[in-house]
Design a protein around this ligand. Sequence first.
Ligand SMILES: [Zn+2]
Length: 234
Amino acid sequence: MHQEVEVLLEVQRDDAAIFELEDKLAALAPRMAALEADTKRAERALDEARASLAAEEKRQRDAQFRIDQHRELLRRNEEVMNVITSPREAAAAMAQTDQAKRMLADDERDMASIHSRVEDLRKYVAERAAVVDSTRAAQGDARATLEADRAGIQGQLDAAMADRNKKAVRVSRSLLARYDRIQRRQRSVALFALRGQSCSHCDTLIPMQRRNVMVGSGTPEVCEGCGVLLYAVE
Ligand SMILES: [Zn+2]
């Protein structure tokens, strides 16, 4: 077999290993993304819980403001009652006082239910915050593992590339370019042997004239059937 073809076959073996390593590296990306998505989801739930709590706390402040206003109204009515002399005025003041008391009772009922919702939401926020913490901690551990995996594969890949390139310089530039083009396109084996009179990849019969050229020059030729590079085995 032609020396150059032998070297190219070695390069091809290296390339198969390189593809495998590249696939392994690519497979890590979704795992990394899944970890990030877990944390994002937990953080979003916490944000939502905090927003609900803030809205309920605002309702609480508003309710407190109404309670204060109605208490003030009641207090002023009582002052008026103390200085009233006519029965007509007394009846009016009494009616106002009753109304203010009813409003205050409503406010206090509202306040009680708001208060209980605020308490629930505070607990919920604390739970969500705990989930965020535990997710981040788990992600930190998993990320360290993934990062170690990634660095390991990258190291192997760099070594395999360096090895491959050292061999590749022993192949002529034009043959290597043809090989690279086919091999990158297919992401698999690009160089096949002639088997008898045919391409061993697609079984297309190769005309005798071309086979003679391959044997004579030792240089691989492109198969017209499937586009791979074919070399003659003497
Ligand atoms: Zn073929």
